[in-house]
Design a protein around this ligand. Structure first.
Ligand code: ATP
Ligand code: MG
Length: 368
């Protein structure tokens, strides 16, 4: 229910900066994901919001209230962990009404709340089951019910679906999102799985090395990544190295790729001589028989083909020895073969250009 705001938040463990000067607003009733590779600080940020650890510096607001000094039990936060952390010796029912009891509700009130939340998570008929008798998905729903019964307005989930098998995970992630929406909760969902984050989030913050690189809707992050890392981590991208040789009359830049091919790309803001990385989504490349030589047409050889059902994925070695991936809908027909020489068209409107990273492209693409 509440908005959550962190301002210049930092958490250090010795000389490790786990969360590095993060400023972020999660809106009221938003379903928000923190996404990033292992060790980037997601859990630490979530635990700071929950009050399980104290910040080194910075502020945390839940609603309008500065909660730095508020203990976790008074933050109205429900924390659902990767390992379900239900009490194994208690039935689903007792797990759920544990919170209300500890909070000092009378038995009648605790019972009402317990029935309500188990109804919500559709586990009412299993209230006598012990955690060991429930499936992973059910246990996770009990964990959510328990958080709700304890009065959570803000649901914090740390890789909460990580232990479930893929099919159950797909189901339950929508259920949890729907539940959060129906109950008008604010949800913060931590995951390192980009497809999970894309599927369920209103917005996503992409984290790396304790910092937030970009915040946006799944579509914004996919269509307009503002760094090489985000372009690489969300979806898939081709990256080609080059340098800027000038501008054309439309204001687009001309990039000379390795071994001399010149291509045109959007973005006039790079000056001549800049080292850059040209980035393109695989589905924007055009490979088809009969493509003519011309602007932004490069040549190569099909090295590998993967049939993905609805699409076909071509790995093509360009004549400058760089690899590109092109993905085509299967229904387009016009299939290529392994070993075939082909031309690849790089449509200007789908180009994105980034400055060449100081540490080198390879390092930038290493996921950490
Ligand atoms: N209690 C702690 N003491 C020392 N270092 C810690 C502690 N907790 C976290 N760290 C360090 O802080 C960094 C961020 O850890 P964190 O658990 O927040 O990452 P994460 O993004 O949740 O990773 P994962 O996806 O693997 O769960 C890591 O380098 C980690 O080793
Ligand atoms: Mg973690």
């Amino acid at each position: 229910m509440p908005e959550v705001r962190v301002v210049n938040l930092t958490k250090k463990f010795g000389n490790i900066t786990a969360v590095d000067n993060v400023t972020l607003t999660i809106r009221d009733q938003e379903y928000f994901s923190l996404l990033g590779p292992s060790g980037c600080g997601k859990t630490t940020l979530l635990r700071l919001i929950a009050g399980l650890i104290e910040p080194t510096s910075g502020e945390i607001y839940i609603g309008d209230k500065l909660v730095n000094d508020v203990p976790p039990e008074d933050r109205d936060v429900g924390f659902v962990f990767q390992t379900f952390a239900l009490f194994p010796h208690m039935t689903a029912w007792n797990n759920v009404i544990y919170g209300p009891k500890v909070k000092g509700f009378d038995m009648k009130q605790a019972t009402t709340v317990g029935h309500e939340v188990l109804e919500m998570v559709k586990l009412h008929e299993r209230l006598d089951a012990y955690p060991g008798e429930l499936s992973g998905g059910m246990m996770q729903r009990v964990a959510v019910a328990r958080a709700l019964a304890a009065g959570a307005q803000l649901l914090l989930m740390d890789e909460a679906l990580g232990q479930l098998d893929a099919k159950v995970r797909n189901e339950i992630r929508y259920e949890i999102r729907k539940m959060a929406k129906d109950l008008k909760l604010t949800g913060i969902h931590v995951t390192h799985d980009q497809s999970e984050a894309m599927a369920i989030s209103d917005r996503i913050a992409v984290m790396r090395k304790g910092k937030i690189l970009q915040v946006g809707t799944p579509q914004e992050l996919y269509m307009n990544p503002d760094s090489i890392f985000v372009a690489h981590f969300i979806g898939e991208s081709n990256f080609l190295e080059g340098y800027v040789t000038g501008k054309n009359k439309e204001g687009n830049i001309i990039i000379e790729l390795r071994e001399g091919t010149k291509v045109e790309a959007l973005n006039g803001s790079f000056s001549e001589g800049s080292n850059v990385v040209l980035s393109m989504r695989p589905e924007t490349l055009i490979v088809e028989h009969g493509l003519q030589e011309g602007q932004n047409v490069v040549s190569g050889v099909v090295e590998r083909i993967t049939f993905e059902g609805s699409s076909i994925r071509y790995e093509i070695r360009l004549d400058n020895d760089e690899m590109v991936i092109a993905i085509k809908p299967t229904l387009s027909g016009d299939w290529l073969e392994v070993g075939e020489r082909t031309k690849v068209f790089l449509p200007v409107e789908y180009t994105r250009v980034f400055p060449y990273p100081e540490t080198g492209l390879k390092e930038e693409l290493s996921v950490a």
